[in-house]
Design a binder for this molecule. Structure first.
Ligand SMILES: *Cc1c(COP(=O)(O)O)cnc(C)c1O
Length: 361
């Protein structure tokens, strides 16, 4: 059986380093906001050529705190792609703001900049984009709109660690880049973890306060904050994994190339564009008989996933919030997309085998 993902296998190359980091942290007796968090924040900021990184507890919190930092008036509107993972939309709702969904481009699966401007109103305060599947959004037209309407730009980079658009890393285009280090992400921890990138010293300070009860100095609270601190243990593991992020991304890109070079054209493959450095968090194809294809692959010992089976506006949780709307492009993607194995632990031979089976469908 070829698994879709196997985190135990994926983490095997790092086990010895993890163990020594665990022991070191355990013995230090300092488990919250210590040396590991500070070191990882410096390393992750440097990796991304960003000025500041603030570690938080999850990707969802990275998004929520990014929005909270601006104190937008209640019911202000935030533009967001209609085909994202639910977390992006939840972050907007948890801040008392209104998500305004914009359809993706059917070729890139990322927010369609040509459909964005018509959704901007006097209430629009921010654009929250998502570099879905590891492919950077079309940034130039988005940045033009950001400037024209003076909007805040927050990038959901939960799937795009190390991805680049014209050489510039995702997470560095707007006010904030929000990252998740959920274990399956390209840079994954051994539990929940996240971070925010920014070049603005005062915004970085606000996130630091928000994540730690609104406090700079222990027992003195400046603003109404949260507990969303990156765990010291996870920060230690993340520093180890970060040294291998380029290797992980390049491995995934190499596996993607095998799919591109050998798969029949019956399947709709991801687009490849010049100047877009895709890190293939997910390698998705589309096919009108997606469910049949998934079943066929499983019968042939290949496990796949669907990202995502239900679009956000069709989720029960969104009833009465966004359920009235109709998003045909999202619905088409959700009905036809299939994610193929592309983990750091998969070997080239696994992918050749998958392609061989696929091409007989
Ligand atoms: C994983 C993910 C998140 C949420 O990250 P958590 O760490 O699980 O909170 C947000 N947005 C996208 C696009 C994701 O893939």
């Amino acid at each position: 059986m070829i698994e879709y993902e196997n985190l135990g296998e994926l983490n095997k190359p790092f086990v010895e380093e993890y163990k020594s980091s665990f022991e070191k942290t355990l013995n230090s007796g300092w488990y919250i906001l210590g040396k590991n968090v500070k070191q990882f924040e410096e390393e992750f900021a440097a990796y991304n050529q960003s000025k500041y990184c603030v570690g938080v507890t999850s990707g969802l919190d990275a998004l929520i705190l990014s929005l909270k930092a601006f104190n937008f008036e209640k019911d202000s509107e935030v533009i967001v792609p209609s085909n994202t993972y639910i977390a992006t939309i939840l972050s907007i709702l948890h801040c008392g703001l209104k998500p305004v969904l914009v359809e993706p481009d059917i070729k890139t699966y990322n927010i369609d900049p040509r459909k964005l401007e018509e959704k901007i109103t006097s209430k629009t305060k921010a654009i929250m984009i998502v570099h879905l599947y590891g492919k950077p959004c079309e940034m130039n037209p988005i940045l033009t709109l950001k400037e024209k309407y003076k909007l805040v730009l927050i990038e959901d980079c939960a799937q795009s660690h190390g991805a680049k658009y014209f050489g510039k890393l995702t997470g560095t285009f707007g006010e904030f880049g929000a990252f998740s280090f959920y274990p399956t992400k390209n840079l994954g921890a051994l539990g929940d973890a996240g971070a925010v990138l920014t070049d603005d010293a005062s915004l970085a300070k606000t996130i630091k306060r928000l994540r730690n009860y609104g406090s700079d100095v222990k027992y003195y609270n400046e603003i109404v904050g949260y507990n969303s601190r990156l765990h010291e243990m996870q920060a230690g593991f993340l520093s180890i994994k970060l040294k291998h992020l380029d290797e992980i991304n390049n491995h995934k890109r190499k596996l993607a190339q095998i799919y591109f070079d050998n798969m029949k054209d019956d399947f709709i493959k991801p687009v490849v564009e010049e100047n877009v450095f895709d890190v293939f968090h997910i390698f998705n194809i589309r096919h009108p008989k997606r469910d049949e294809l998934k079943e066929y692959l499983l019968k042939n010992e290949i496990k796949t996933e669907i990202h995502y089976p239900v679009p956000p506006h069709k989720q029960k949780a969104m009833e009465g919030i966004i359920s009235e709307a109709h998003f045909p492009i999202s619905e088409k993607i959700h009905a036809t997309t299939l994610s193929l194995p592309i983990s750091f632990y998969h070997q080239e031979d696994d992918i050749y085998k998958i392609v061989e089976v696929l091409n007989k469908f």
